[in-house]
Design a protein around this ligand. Structure first.
Ligand SMILES: NC(=O)c1ccc[n+]([C@@H]2O[C@H](COP(=O)([O-])OP(=O)(O)OC[C@H]3O[C@@H](n4cnc5c(N)ncnc54)[C@H](OP(=O)(O)O)[C@@H]3O)[C@@H](O)[C@H]2O)c1
Length: 333
């Protein structure tokens, strides 16, 4: 990243934003008590942690679920549990969201659904202390967090716009702040820089937030909103694929101070169902409180550059050439 960018971000950082983040993290999420009967909610990574709690929350409010998971046994157990307990429909699509082939397949399966998708929640995620590459040779953390949601949103754009309304929620993280000085688009796969779990996670979550800015622009006045939600610091299965030292550290020191994913589910329900947020788009929420993300995640020039990089990585550049981006609208926002 250039010195000019670092200086630009440095000037944009404010202590008041950090204090606001700490204050917001301590507040209980706002609650939406409205029912969601008969609506369709698509959620990725519903077999564990936040995704599992959120799936149950929507089902408890009457929504039908379409879950995108990688594990067939866990998916079947989830389907049985949700259908028995809540008398709603719970279908599952199987996809490894680190594989471009699977992501494109599932995106097209969703695009060909006849039913409207009322809420689409991009939740699946991984935290890796050692870098892993996908079968496509890409950084796994970047693909699961950013490229999977990017491709699915991109392929679904026309379907969602044709509906009366839809809400997209990105399960984001305060961890996006680990990319404190922005992204290096010349090295998105961490081939030239030292990889660490925190840096790759921060970059992937920042990338997802930047894509939100462009999608919000593309969905403007269409009835489709897209927002990002930090789901709280909660106890889940995250990090279990890391080594024994990390797992011991997490279990001993981190897990005891974490909250229950029930608060994440409550927040993701509020952001997906509350009428208060019906027309709100392109925002970052700490649970249910709107908050300013870090300066790199608000950088519109970077968002546009990343959009083109993401199209290339996703193999969507040719399709995109038919619908070029209107830079002027985004910059004016
Ligand atoms: N926990 C926190 O405190 C926290 C804080 C901020 C943000 N988040 C975000 O919350 C989201 C959910 O994380 P979590 O904490 O609930 O972790 P988790 O318990 O590990 O759940 C992750 C979910 O993602 C699925 N998943 C992972 N890799 C996948 C892949 N390649 N393809 C398809 N599905 C995949 C997992 O499937 P399996 O069941 O098959 O493993 C699981 O269902 C993530 O985006 C994370 O970054 C979490």
């Amino acid at each position: 990243m250039s010195t000019r960018k670092v200086f630009q971000y440095y000037r944009a950082y404010q202590w008041t934003d950090i204090f606001a983040m700490i204050r917001n993290s301590r507040q209980a999420p706002k609650v939406c008590t409205d029912r969601f009967d008969g609506k369709l909610v698509v959620i990725t990574g519903a077999t564990s942690g936040i995704g599992y709690s959120t799936a149950r929350k929507y089902a408890a409010q009457g929504a039908n679920l379409l879950c995108v998971n990688r594990n067939s046994e866990k998916s079947e157990a989830l389907r049985r549990e949700v259908e028995d307990e809540f008398s709603v429909r719970c279908d599952c699509l199987l996809a490894d969201l680190s594989s471009l082939e699977d992501i494109h397949r599932v995106a097209h399966e969703l695009a060909s659904l006849h039913a409207p998708i009322d809420v689409l929640i991009h939740n699946a995620g991984v935290y890796l202390t050692e870098q892993e590459r996908t079968p496509d040779g890409l950084d796994k953390v970047l693909v699961v967090h950013h490229l999977s949601s990017f491709i699915i949103n991109y392929v679904l754009m026309e379907k969602l716009k044709a509906q009366d309304s839809a809400r997209i929620l990105l399960v984001s993280s305060e961890g996006h702040r680990f990319a404190a000085w922005g992204l290096n688009l010349d090295d998105v796969n961490w081939e030239k820089r030292r990889y660490t779990g925190l840096r790759s996670y921060g970059a992937a979550k920042t990338s997802q937030l930047l894509s939100m800015l462009v999608f919000a622009d593309r969905f403007r006045d269409s009835g489709v909103t897209i927002n990002a939600v930090h789901p709280g610091a909660v106890k889940t299965e995250t990090g279990q694929e890391n080594g024994p030292l990390y797992r011991w550290w997490k279990k001993t020191f981190y897990d005891p101070i974490l909250k229950t994913p029930a608060i994440s589910a409550e927040a993701l329900y509020y952001c997906g169902a509350s009428t208060e947020l019906e027309h709100v788009s392109g925002r970052f929420f700490n649970l249910t409180i709107e908050e300013k993300p870090a300066p790199p995640a608000r950088d519109h020039d970077l968002a546009l550059a990343l959009w083109n990089t993401s199209l290339e990585l996703a193999g969507l550049a040719d399709a995109a050439a038919e619908h070029p981006l209107s830079n002027s609208i985004l910059k004016a926002s």
